[in-house]
Design a protein around this ligand. Structure first.
Ligand code: ADP
Ligand code: ZN
Length: 741
C-alpha cells in the first residue's frame, strides 16, 4: 500500500500519514500539496515522502489523501529540504516551518475551491463577461442591449470595468447570462509588481579593498564552489557595492540571489541601488505588501522569471531558483531573529541554506557579531575586510565622551541634554549641518511615580511600568502588550495627586529641544510617529534638508546614508547595558558604533558625542575608538571564560500560564526531567521566573540548557518537546536564543 507522509500546518511535531489511492498514485509526489482530513477539518499539506513501508498505525485507520493540488512540487527541492532541516534544528513543527515559505494565498486558495490545480486561485480573480458568438442582440429592457453590443464590438470585459461605465451593469449582465447571450468567466487579473522604472547607475571604480573582496567572492561563484564570507567593513566602506557586484556576476552565471537586510521599510535607498544596478525585476519582499503583490512576487520567483529577492528575514524563504548567492547585510542585527512561532535566526539559516545549495554566502557588517568573528577565526568563514570609508574625502568621525556623572542638567533642566551636547547642537545649526540624537526610549517619560507612596503605575497585564505619552491627549502605554489608558488623576494605591514623571523618552527630548533651540526644525523618528512608509517620509525630509535635528530610537541608527549629518549625539549610552542578557555589552557596542557611523558620510567631517554614566565600560570605551577588533576579542575572551556562545550552545525553554503557580510547577517538573536526561553533558540553568515575569496576562518561568555538543542538547530538547505538558501551560523552545527576557 502506498503511503504519503504529509506536513500539515498544525503546531504538532509529527508528520501525518495518509493512504494513497490507486487513482492518485501517479500524482502524489514529494513537494506537492495535497488535501487531507484532520479530524473533521480539511487541510492542505505538503507531501514530504511517498513510500510503501509498513505504517505505524493499522492500515484501516489511515485516511486517504483526498486530492492532489499541484502537478509540480510547490517548493523547489532545495528549499523543501532546507525547511525540513530548520524544523529539525529548532525542534519546530515541520508544517509550521513550511508555512514560512508559502504565501497565504497558496496555503488557502486550493482549500477554498476544494479542487485540483486548474482552479488554483492566483492573483486577483475578476469576473469577465463574454458575448456568446452568433447570438442576436436580445430584446431586453434597460442597458442590457447596449452592454451586449459593447461586448460584441470591443471584446470581453471585466464586470468591474462595465460597472464603471454603467452602474447597473451587474444586473444587466445577469439578465444577459440568463438569456444565453453572455457567459461569465473567472479570470485572473495580471498583477505586475515590477513596474518601477529606474535609471541605471554608473558603477564607481572599486577601491583596492573592494576589488579584492569582489574578486574573492566572484571566483567562488564562477567555479561553482560553496563558501561563506565575513565582509567586515567600517560604516560607509562600500559593502553594498560589493553585494551589487557579486549579485550581478551571480545573475550573469544564471543563478539566483537573495539579499537580506534588517529592516526593508527603513532602507528604500538600498533597494533603489539594487534596481539601478540590476534592473527593476527584483522581488522586494516586505511587510507592507498586499497579499496579491506578495503572491505575484512569489510566483515570479518560483517560475524563475525573477531571480533576485531582497527583503527582511523572511526573504530567506524566497523560492529563488538555482540559488547561487545569499548576502546578509548588517548580519549582527537582532531583527534577523524571529521571536515567535518558529524561532529561527535568518543569518544562521542563511549559512545553512547556502551550504546546502552549494551557494556563496556573504555576511556583511561594520560590527560583526562575536559569533561570526569566531567562525572566521576558526576558518569556517573567510574574512574580507574593508578598513576605510569608500569615498576619499570621508573619514570616520571624531568621538567624544560626556561623563554624565560629572555634568549637571543642561538647559531646560534636562539631564539628558548636557551643556556640551547643547553647544554642539548650536554649533552644528550655525554651520547649517544636520544633527541626529539617539535615545532608545520612545514616549515622553518611561514611568509615572506617585511621590506620596512611591507606587509606579504598572501595566495590568505585564510586569512593567507604563510609559507616559503626551501625544494624543496624554496616555499611559505598555510597550509590551500595547495596553493603554488615560492619565490617572490620582494614585490608585494611596489616592494622592502627587505624580512625577521619571526619566526621558524621545517625545520629551523633542519637546525640550523645541524650547532650547528656537527656530530649529526638529523632528522625531520612532514607532509612534512612523510605521513603514511614514518613516520614509521623515527620512526624505531629512535628506531634503528640511530637518535640522532628528531625535529618534534605533530607527535612526539603521544604515541610512545621510551625507549632511555632521553631528550624532547618543543621549544615554548605557541604557541597554543593564539588561539581563549575556549579549548586552555586545549589543551596546554595536549600537554605538553604528550610530556614530551615521555622522560625516559626506564631504564635511562628522562629530559624535556619547553621553554615558560608565565611560570606562569596554562597550563604551572601545566604541569611542572605533576599535571593533579590540572589543570583539575581549568579549570573546569573557564568553570563553564563562562558557557562553559561541563557546557553548544555549536553548531557552519558557513556560507561560495565567496562574503563576501553574507555570512555575510545570517549569520545575521539566527542569528536573531535563537535568536527569542531560547529565552530565547538558547543564540546566534555573528554573527561575523570567526577567519579564508577566506578559499579556501570563506568568512566565523558564530554564536554560547549556551544552558543548549540539547533538546532546537536541536529544534533551526532543524529550522536552514530547513530554506531556499541562494544558493550561504554553511552552516555547528557543534554540540559540537572542532575547533573554
Ligand atoms: P556600506 O554599505 O559599507 O555602508 P555603501 O556601499 O553604502 O557602504 O557606500 C557608502 C558610500 O560610498 C555610498 O554613497 C556609495 O555610493 C559610495 N561608494 C561605495 N563604493 C565606492 C567607490 N568604490 N568609489 C566611490 N564611492 C563609493
Ligand atoms: Zn502590558
Amino acid at each position: 500500500m502506498l503511503l504519503a507522509r504529509v506536513a500539515l500546518p498544525v503546531p504538532l511535531g509529527q508528520v501525518f500519514t495518509y493512504s494513497v489511492g490507486a487513482e492518485l498514485a501517479a500524482s502524489v509526489r514529494r513537494g506537492a500539496r495535497v488535501l487531507c482530513e484532520l479530524g473533521k477539518r480539511r487541510v492542505l499539506g505538503v507531501v514530504l515522502e511517498v513510500n510503501d513501508r509498513e505504517p505505524e498505525i493499522p492500515v484501516e485507520k489511515l485516511k486517504p489523501v483526498r486530492a492532489v493540488v499541484d502537478a509540480e512540487p510547490v517548493l523547489p527541492e532545495e528549499l523543501l529540504g532546507f525547511l525540513q532541516e530548520i524544523a529539525r534544528y529548532y525542534i519546530a513543527p515541520v508544517g509550521e516551518v513550511m508555512e514560512l515559505a508559502l504565501p497565504a494565498v497558496e496555503r488557502s486558495a486550493a482549500l477554498a475551491v476544494e479542487a485540483p490545480a486548474d482552479t488554483r486561485a492566483v492573483g486577483r480573480l475578476v469576473q469577465v463577461a463574454h458575448a456568446v458568438a452568433g447570438v442576436a442582440t436580445p430584446k431586453l429592457r434597460g442597458k442590457a442591449p447596449l452592454i451586449f453590443e459593447h461586448l460584441v464590438a470591443e471584446g470581453p470585459a471585466a464586470l468591474t470595468a462595465l460597472e464603471e461605465r454603467w452602474p447597473s451593469a451587474r444586473n444587466a449582465v445577469a439578465k444577459l447570462v440568463e438569456a444565453g447571450a453572455v457567459t461569465l468567466e473567472k479570470r485572473e487579473e495580471a498583477v505586475d509588481p515590477f513596474t518601477v522604472e529606474v535609471a541605471p547607475d554608473v558603477p564607481p571604480s572599486l577601491t583596492p579593498a573592494q576589488a579584492h573582496a569582489v574578486e574573492a567572492i566572484t571566483r567562488r561563484l564562477e567555479r561553482g564552489e560553496k563558501q561563506a564570507f565575513l565582509l567586515e567593513g567600517v560604516t560607509a566602506s562600500g559593502k553594498t557595492e560589493v553585494y551589487l557586484r557579486a549579485a550581478k556576476r551571480c545573475l550573469e552565471l544564471g543563478r539566483g540571489v537573495i539579499v537580506l537586510v534588517p529592516e526593508i521599510a527603513l532602507t528604500p535607498q538600498l533597494v533603489a541601488r539594487f534596481r539601478a544596478r540590476l534592473g527593476s525585476r527584483i522581488a522586494v519582499l516586505h511587510s507592507g505588501l498586499g497579499e496579491v503583490e506578495r503572491h505575484a512576487m512569489w510566483r515570479s520567483l518560483r517560475s524563475g522569471e525573477v531571480r533576485i529577492a531582497v527583503g527582511a528575514r523572511s526573504a530567506l524563504f524566497a523560492p529563488v531558483q538555482a540559488l547561487g548567492l545569499i548576502c546578509v547585510d548588517e548580519e549582527h542585527d537582532g531583527s534577523f531573529k524571529q521571536e515567535e512561532g518558529v524561532r529561527y535566526h535568518a543569518r544562521d539559516m542563511a549559512l545553512l541554506r547556502a551550504h546546502r545549495a552549494e551557494a556563496v554566502c556573504v555576511l556583511g557588517s561594520a560590527t560583526p557579531s562575536a559569533t561570526s568573528v569566531e567562525l572566521a577565526r576558526s576558518g569556517r568563514l573567510e574574512l574580507l575586510e574593508l578598513p576605510a570609508r569608500a569615498r576619499a574625502a570621508s573619514e570616520l568621525p571624531e568621538v567624544e565622551v560626556v561623563d554624565l556623572r560629572r555634568t549637571g542638567p543642561g538647559p531646560g533642566g534636562e539631564r539628558l541634554i548636557s551643556v556640551r551636547m547643547f553647544r554642539a547642537l548650536e554649533e552644528t545649526l550655525a554651520a547649517r549641518g544636520q544633527s541626529i540624537l539617539f535615545l532608545n526610549r520612545r514616549g515622553f517619560a518611561p514611568s509615572l511615580v506617585c511621590t506620596a507612596c512611591g507606587k509606579i503605575t504598572e501595566c495590568p497585564n505585564c510586569a512593567v511600568a507604563l510609559t507616559l505619552h503626551r501625544a494624543r491627549g496624554g496616555q499611559l502605554i505598555c510597550h509590551y502588550c500595547d495596553h493603554h489608558e488615560k492619565l490617572p488623576d490620582k494614585c490608585r494605591q494611596c489616592g494622592e495627586q502627587a505624580f512625577e514623571e521619571e526619566g526621558a523618552g524621545t517625545e520629551r527630548i523633542e519637546s525640550v529641544l523645541g524650547q532650547i533651540l528656537p527656530g530649529a526644525r526638529i523632528a522625531r523618528l520612532d514607532r509612534d510617529v512612523a510605521a513603514g512608509k511614514k518613516s520614509e517620509r521623515v527620512l526624505d525630509r531629512m535628506r531634503a534638508g528640511d530637518i535640522d535635528v532628528l531625535v529618534g530610537t534605533q530607527m535612526v541608527t539603521k544604515g541610512h546614508d545621510l551625507p549632511n549629518v555632521t553631528l550624532v549625539g547618543v543621549l544615554n549610552a548605557d541604557a541597554a547595558l543593564s539588561l539581563p542578557d549575556y549579549r548586552a555589552s555586545e549589543r551596546t557596542f554595536q549600537l554605538l558604533v553604528q550610530v556614530a557611523g551615521r555622522a560625516g558620510r559626506g564631504e564635511t567631517p562628522g562629530r559624535v558625542l556619547i553621553q554615558t554614566w560608565q565611560p570606562e565600560h569596554p562597550a563604551v570605551a572601545l566604541a569611542v575608538k572605533h576599535d571593533v577588533k579590540g572589543f570583539v576579542a575581549q568579549e570573546l575572551e569573557q564568553r570563553r571564560e564563562v562558557g557562553y556562545p559561541p563557546f557553548a550552545r544555549l536553548a531557552l525553554v519558557r513556560f507561560e500560564a495565567l496562574e503563576d503557580e501553574v507555570a512555575r510547577s510545570q517549569t520545575e517538573r521539566l527542569a528536573t526531567a531535563a537535568r536527569k536526561w542531560g547529565a552530565p553533558d547538558v547543564e540546566v540553568l534555573g528554573p527561575t521566573a523570567a526577567p519579564l515575569a508577566r506578559l499579556r496576562g501570563r506568568y512566565r518561568h523558564r530554564f536554560l540548557l547549556r551544552a558543548q555538543d549540539r547533538a546532546r542538547l537536541r536529544l534533551v530538547l526532543l524529550g522536552i518537546a514530547r513530554a506531556p505538558v499541562d494544558r493550561r501551560v504554553r511552552m516555547a523552545i528557543d534554540v540559540d536564543p537572542v532575547s533573554m527576557l
